[in-house]
Design a protein around this ligand. Structure first.
Ligand SMILES: C[S@@+](CC[C@H](N)C(=O)[O-])C[C@H]1O[C@@H](n2cnc3c(N)ncnc32)[C@H](O)[C@@H]1O
Length: 918
């Protein structure tokens, strides 16, 4: 269940007459408990309560209903109950149907309210549905409710207006919804004269069956498009004349309204009952985006970006500097005036703005700074000098684009009320400004300089149609003499495998002619490329949230040298952090923030709560002069040579399962000579047993003495001959062998090509004797065992994660990029002996758990203690070799590794442009 559904279920429950016996079950049903779960609780099978009339669901909630006036006592009984603690209840709730008392036992937060109001606090209980709330959703019952009610209306209207559900008319439908949102907001904020004017008029003037609702709405919308001067000739009915002239593009054009059913009408009235004054434009827009998106509707109300995360972009990009200037200005009126002037010319531009959350937050933060300036200057009522038209966006989809513009209008009005007072705000809000500052279109095919032109460029463009603006109102340029522009946002990331054909074409269009292998890049690089071009032409800087894939692995050598060659630098960065919305049931992604522009100092790297000041930030978001780690054909350190496992190219005919192998050996024990165990990734991680025919040329005649082997070899020959790949055709004359023939005499150390990121160490294994390998793994053949200690170390894992990157969420190993580049200090014999002992301890610790597989042993939730200790010891020994002590954290590990890499490759690596040598 999502937050919207839970809110609705609780509202229904609170509106019904209170049934003390039923309430606990109905409450739990509202949070998505299945019927069978409720049945068992009801029967008492799973009800662990020791309180009379209580219902206790293990690891969840202890509920008691009670006689009127005894809520306090019932609540105390829940608290005192031994079962509450034994059953690990997270919440307590007592109610008599008049009042309700509850406690979140994890956070200690308490709720006391009248029973009918408890759905207002639905956010308090959301952890019961596995939704770990953050502050915004808890505080925004209105946003969630508005989303839910608009959604019901939207779906009902689409079901009964087939034409409006088509692609051609979806934009009209979305435009209609945007008009409604404005009306609901306007009637609750006195923008319309008389509270609830809109909802009341609809209620009074429409038939209960909804049949004439569209007529009434069309008339209201028409009124809002008729200027006061021409009202007399517009022949509006008397009841519609009360509606003011709003236009602003929003009410211009067609007044067409979809047909309403009885249900649709009542959904509209229910939406109107909410108090829209409290709507929070920071997050409301993102929440309701899903209303108009058939695929996203399931996650209604869940997708929004938290304000603290947006501020991670905006603060270091420019807001911190404004606040510092405010601080420095003190009460100096001239300095304060200068800052106000500067702010009035700052443009914020989000070229993938969705419903405008970055723009809204930037606007609100700037208004707060301006209000403080005005307070210090003794001009608290002054009209704002920060024009809304300075907040510009591009958005592909029409509904979010419409909502973005509305969100900005709402934010402006709310700021005016907050900082200047209701009277002043109302005096200026209507008619709405008709300038078009959110462009609905494809950011990768639009000219950003046209949409957000810097001073003096004289660029003027006709923007895409939005809000049905008249032709002559579509020019969106205006003077911005001496202004700054800050580009921000979280553009779509889209990795290579998930890109549509159009997106692939756009990557080609934007970066294809500038970097080699652009097809391997994430879609988001197009925004980075366009923003960096923009920054070169004007006084600006940009900061984007992106997935961390742009700052690790193979994309780095492909793109970043090109960006740095423009003379731009990363001026601040947030290293990986989870960019989740509100919910633990939302997987979220791991993101980074990149702040890029002309070189400025100092630079900052943010990592969790830490802030590091530095002179250079590289593409891995580390303080280092090394721009890019390039692949190397041989190890830069004195390490053993690592090879790709053997490519079989055999159509699987040379591989055997256990029973095939046993049958062959039973037939003639001599065949054991031409069979060896085979290991790729799955075999050693999951403990699967496989074998292969390993036939030296000298043994071929002997091998062919078996019909089974002969048939297998014939099948390989056929497979290779018929392959469309010429490299396989070339192998047709030696069908008894894998393409590659590497095999150890004594010891094979394996590393899988891909490994789950959940594991705390890279799984590596060692096999004695002749062992076959496949190309699902890398191998060290007959290498000293201390090499395994390096692979198994935390140091190596962080290097691989950074330099080789990930495939989806798994570590992707590479010998040339990860092993050959791994910087290791020169090891003494003693170091090697110590590391060998560590590797042996790890192997022994694993053996103690035979037959557990590597997957079992390295499951982070159940990794055996002795194995963990063996790895800790290994890390301790290795890290002491590097710095004489354990590293404090991975950032320190990486800093040391990059430092060493720089020194070891000093000859080949170019220092980063603009970076000081250290
Ligand atoms: C990750 S969302 C971010 C939106 C918003 N900042 C938020 O947090 O909800 C990316 C937005 O980019 C829009 N988008 C995708 N491709 C686009 C394109 N080629 N041009 C403009 N916008 C695009 C999507 O529709 C989506 O609204």
């Amino acid at each position: 269940m999502n937050a919207v559904e839970i809110e609705e279920a609780l509202s229904t429950l609170a509106a019904e007459s209170f049934d003390a016996t039923e309430f606990p079950f109905a409450f739990l049903t509202a949070f998505g408990n299945k019927e069978t779960t409720i049945k068992r609780l009801r029967k008492g099978d799973t009800n662990a309560s020791d309180v009379p009339g209580g219902v206790l669901q293990r690891s969840n909630i202890h509920i008691a209903t009670c006689a009127p006036g005894t809520v306090r006592a019932a609540f105390q009984a829940l608290r005192a109950s031994a079962k509450t603690h034994q059953a690990k209840a997270k919440f307590l709730l007592a109610t008599d149907g008049q009042t309700l008392e509850a406690e979140d036992l994890i956070s200690g937060e308490v709720l006391v309210c009248e029973f009918p109001q408890f759905p207002d606090h639905f956010g308090f209980f959301l952890p019961l549905a596995g939704i770990s709330t953050i502050k915004e959703i808890k505080d925004s019952a209105i946003d969630v409710r508005a989303t839910g009610r608009l959604n019901k209306l939207y779906v009902e209207l689409l079901q009964n207006n087939n034409a409006w559900a088509t692609d051609e008319r979806r934009a009209d439908m979305n435009h209609f919804m945007a008009r409604l949102v404005f009306c609901f907001f306007a009637e609750d904020t006195d923008i319309f004269p008389g509270a609830t004017l809109f909802t009341r008029t609809v209620e009074q003037m429409t038939e209960r069956d909804g049949s004439n609702t569209h007529d009434v709405l069309e008339t209201i919308f028409r009124a809002m498009n008729v200027d006061v001067d021409v009202r007399a000739t517009a022949k509006l009915p008397r009841w519609a004349e009360q509606f003011p002239y709003v236009n602003g593009g929003l009410f211009s054009g067609s007044t067409d309204v979809p047909r309403f059913t009885r249900t649709a009408r009542s959904y509209l009235l229910r939406a109107g009952e909410l108090n829209w004054k409290e709507i929070n434009p920071d997050i409301f827009g993102s929440m309701i985006q899903a209303v108009a998106d058939d695929e996203e509707r399931g996650a209604l109300g869940m997708h929004y970006t938290s304000v603290p995360n947006i501020l991670k972009v905006l603060n270091p990009l420019f807001l911190d500097a404004l606040r510092a200037q405010l601080e420095a200005a003190g009460d100096n009126k001239v300095k304060l005036l200068n800052l106000r002037k500067r702010m009035s010319r700052i443009r914020v531009f989000d070229p993938a703005c969705g419903s405008g959350n970055f723009l809204v937050i930037a606007y609100k933060q700037m208004r707060a700074i301006e209000a403080e300036i005005n307070r210090r200057r003794g001009e608290p009522d002054l009209r704002t000098e920060i024009p809304l038209t300075n907040f510009r966006g591009i958005e592909l989809r029409d509904f979010p684009a419409e909502i973005a513009r509305l969100a900005l209008i709402i934010a402006e009005f709310q700021c005016d009320v907050l900082y200047r007072g209701q009277k002043e705000a109302l005096a200026e809000v209507l008619p709405l400004d008709a300038q078009n500052w959110i462009t609905c279109g494809n950011a990768l095919r639009l000219d950003w300089l046209g949409i957000c032109p810097p001073t003096g460029m004289g660029v003027r463009v006709i923007a895409d149609e939005l809000f049905g603006m008249p032709e002559n109102a579509k020019e969106i340029d205006f003077e911005n003499e001496g202004g700054e522009t800050y580009i921000c946002g979280n553009p779509p990331y889209v990795g290579r495998r998930n890109q549509t054909k159009e997106q692939k074409e756009e990557i080609k269009l934007v970066v294809g002619s500038r970097v080699k292998s652009s097809a391997s890049l994430d879609y988001v690089f197009c925004w980075i490329e366009k923003a960096s071009d923009y920054v070169l032409t004007t006084r600006s800087e940009f900061a984007f949230v992106t997935t961390n894939s742009v700052s690790q692995g193979t994309q780095i050598p492909i793109y970043w040298p090109h960006l740095f060659s423009k003379g731009l630098e990363i001026n601040f960065a947030h290293r990986s952090f989870p960019w989740s919305n509100n919910a633990s049931n939302n997987a979220g992604v791991t993101c980074v923030i990149l702040g890029i522009g002309q070189p400025r100092a100092p630079k900052f790297i943010f990592d969790g709560t830490q802030r590091q000041e530095t002179t250079a930030i590289n593409a891995y978001l580390l303080s280092s002069d090394v721009q890019v780690v390039e692949t190397s054909t041989t190890p830069i350190s004195a390490l053993a040579k690592m090879r790709y496992g053997n490519l079989p190219g055999d159509g699987n005919y040379l591989t055997l399962n256990l029973s095939e192998r046993d049958a062959l050996v039973r037939q003639n024990p001599e065949f054991a000579r031409i069979i060896i165990p085979l290991f790729g990734a799955q075999e050693f991680i999951r403990g699967m047993q496989r074998y292969c025919l390993w036939i030296d040329d000298a043994d071929l005649d002997f091998a062919l003495s078996s019909d089974f082997v002969r048939q297998r070899i014939d099948s390989v020959r056929l497979t290779r001959a018929n392959s469309p790949d010429p490299s396989y055709n070339a192998l047709v004359d030696r069908p008894h062998q894998f393409r590659d023939r590497n095999v150890a005499r004594q010891l094979t150390i394996l590393v899988p090509t891909i490994s789950s990121e959940a594991r705390e160490y890279l799984p590596t294994a060692v096999y004695g004797g002749r062992t076959g390998t496949t190309n699902q793994a890398y191998a060290l053949y007959d290498a000293p065992l201390w090499n395994m200690a390096l692979i198994a170390s935390r140091l190596h894992l962080v290097w691989i994660a950074t330099v080789c990157g990930k495939l989806k969420t798994d570590f992707r190993y590479s010998n040339t990029l990860g092993w050959n580049t791994f910087p290791v200090p020169l090891l003494t014999d003693q170091n090697k002996a110590d590391l060998k002992a560590c590797a042996e301890s790890i192997l022994l610790a694993r053996e103690a758990h035979f037959p557990a597989t590597i997957a079992d042993l390295y499951d982070p939730s159940s990794m055996p203690e002795n194995l963990r200790r063996a790895h800790e010891r290994n890390d301790e020994v290795l890290e002491r070799i590097y710095i004489g002590r354990r590293f404090r954290n991975d950032t320190e590990r990486l800093a040391k590794l990059f430092d060493l890499y720089t020194k070891m490759t000093a000859e080949q690596v170019k220092p980063m442009k603009g970076a000081k040598a250290r």
